[in-house]
Write a protein that binds this ligand. Structure first.
Ligand code: MG
Length: 496
């Protein structure tokens, strides 16, 4: 790639970092009174990014780069940069500016309508906004283009290279295998006790534990911070990684959100400097980033050896757990309990929440479902998959922010992340004979180094599908996740 284009793209990348840092600030330290002013500042930065991305200069670069890339003298990394730059440019360039603007104005109104509708527990109040956003997004999909059906255009935004048909196959097989597992577990009626019940855990001590954990998991605090926010999140910058956590006095769930966000940050912190500001300077997809947060949180963090490692640290800080054995703690943090709320769901039932949303989304984009029918369909599917019916729209269709801000096609990334994480972890297990020992002793560096070597250092050089094949020797296969669930949860519930 020509140096002059690299310079141009690095500036674009700086603008994106500015936007990310401002949104971090908005959620972590910004005074309440600054909301309106900040949204103007953010809108300005967003339009600067869009202008630069769709400028004539960019267009000329892309045309030139694509001509060059047909020549054989570009190496695979340069070719990947051209591929990603072209993709980003085209997605932005093909949607007319007026439509981009209309969507962004509608999103901000729709989001506040959603907040009110959720408060009032009234889907009808949100419905016209949902309908309007869907119309606009469908229009955008026609401009962007798609392989087989409009939903492909949304999926491609988060999961480059993935198409609806392929995803549907994977998810169908997942659903078929998952429902009987969840049913079997629930039918045991053998629910581990909730060891947090009736106890209090100081947020300050939880925060100190989160920091110690992130540090032990090789999060680099010289180039990163951990702060507090309403919902945990990560903003990715190689030399300035920001993670956040929240602390509920009633339990120690913050341990697992700390590990989750650290997993995201480990990915970002280990993308090499020389590609960080290039088009490939990020994970291959949303789900790939999520696969690493979940690998650290679930495959490692909720395992027996990890609990053995961390439990002395927990007991030291929280003597109220002094009579609880590590095994009881392990069972308690791996409870399977259906809930109508996605973000409260355990690992076994979580993906059923995503499947439900995915099926509704493709139904809408295939014109098989009308938005007004969603609450009814939601109830029926919830009943079928989890044996429960949400009491109200606030506990059902209105619970997530995604649709109110036009994020269609995003939910599948969560489940894909789980599937990738299980498959990748199988390979990690093959690499280290003494993996459990390492985890038990808190020796995480070799694991992080292996993941860096095989995954993080490549950034977006490979698409998710290709990287998975390269790392695990096989294309994405949902059976690894299914087997992982059985291996973890059947013994806890006395099943075989
Ligand atoms: Mg995440």
């Amino acid at each position: 790639m020509s140096e002059i284009y690299e310079e141009f793209y690095a500036k674009l990348s700086d603008l994106k970092q500015t936007k990310a840092l401002l949104s971090w600030d908005e959620r972590v330290t910004m005074p309440n009174g600054a909301v309106e002013e900040r949204s103007q500042t953010q809108a300005t930065i967003s339009s600067l990014i869009h202008e630069k991305l769709t400028s004539d200069k960019m267009k000329n670069y892309i045309e030139k780069l694509n001509k060059e890339s047909t020549k054989s003298d570009l190496n695979p990394e340069q070719k990947a940069n051209v591929r990603e730059a072209t993709r980003e440019f085209e997605r932005a360039y093909k949607v007319p500016d007026e439509l981009v603007e209309e969507i962004s104005e509608t999103v901000s109104l729709s989001r506040s309508a959603w907040v009110k509708a959720k408060e009032k527990d009234d889907f009808q109040e949100f419905l016209p906004w949902l309908e309007k956003l869907l119309d606009l997004e469908k229009e955008a999909a026609e401009h962007i283009g798609y392989e087989n059906e409009p939903y492909d255009a949304f999926l491609d935004e988060h999961e480059p290279g993935m198409v609806t048909k392929k995803l549907e196959e994977i998810f169908n097989s997942l659903r078929e295998n998952l429902i009987p597992i969840v049913e079997k577990i629930i039918q045991t009626n053998d629910e581990p006790s909730n060891i947090f019940e009736g106890k209090d855990f100081s947020p300050e001590k939880q925060e100190a534990l989160s920091k110690e954990l992130a540090n032990n998991l090789e999060f680099n605090f010289k180039q990163g911070r951990l702060d507090t926010s309403e919902h945990p999140f990560t903003v990715g910058m190689r030399k300035d990684a920001r993670i956040t956590n929240r602390y509920n006095q009633k339990n120690l769930h913050s341990i697992f959100s700390a590990i989750h966000e650290t997993g995201h940050a480990l990915y970002n912190q280990n993308i090499p400097s020389d590609i960080a500001k290039k088009p490939i300077g990020k994970p291959p997809s949303t789900s790939y980033s999520e696969s690493q947060s979940r690998l650290w949180e679930n495959q490692i963090g909720r395992s027996k050896p990890f609990i053995e490692y961390i439990y002395p640290k927990i007991k030291n800080r929280f003597p109220q757990l002094k009579n609880i054995k590590p095994l009881e703690f392990y069972r308690s943090i791996n409870r399977v309990k259906p809930t109508p709320i996605r973000v409260n769901a355990d690992e076994a039932t979580y993906n059923l929440h995503i499947l439900l949303r995915f099926e509704i989304e493709i139904g809408i984009f295939r014109d098989e479902i009308e938005p007004e029918e969603i609450p009814q369909i939601w109830q029926e599917k919830m009943d079928k998959y989890l044996g429960l019916r949400p009491e109200s729209p606030a506990e059902g269709v209105l619970q997530d922010v995604h649709w109110s801000v036009g994020q269609f096609g995003y939910f599948p990334s969560y489940t894909l992340g789980n599937l990738y994480s299980a498959q990748i972890f199988e390979t990690v297990k093959d690499q280290f004979q003494d993996l459990e020992e390492k985890i038990k002793n808190g020796n995480f560096k070799p694991i992080k180094d292996w993941l860096t070597q095989n995954i993080y250092q490549h950034g977006r050089k490979y698409r998710a599908g290709k990287l998975t094949k390269k790392v695990t020797g096989e294309k994405l296969n949902e059976k690894y996740f299914i087997n992982y669930l059985k291996d973890r949860y059947y013994p806890i519930y006395g099943l075989d």
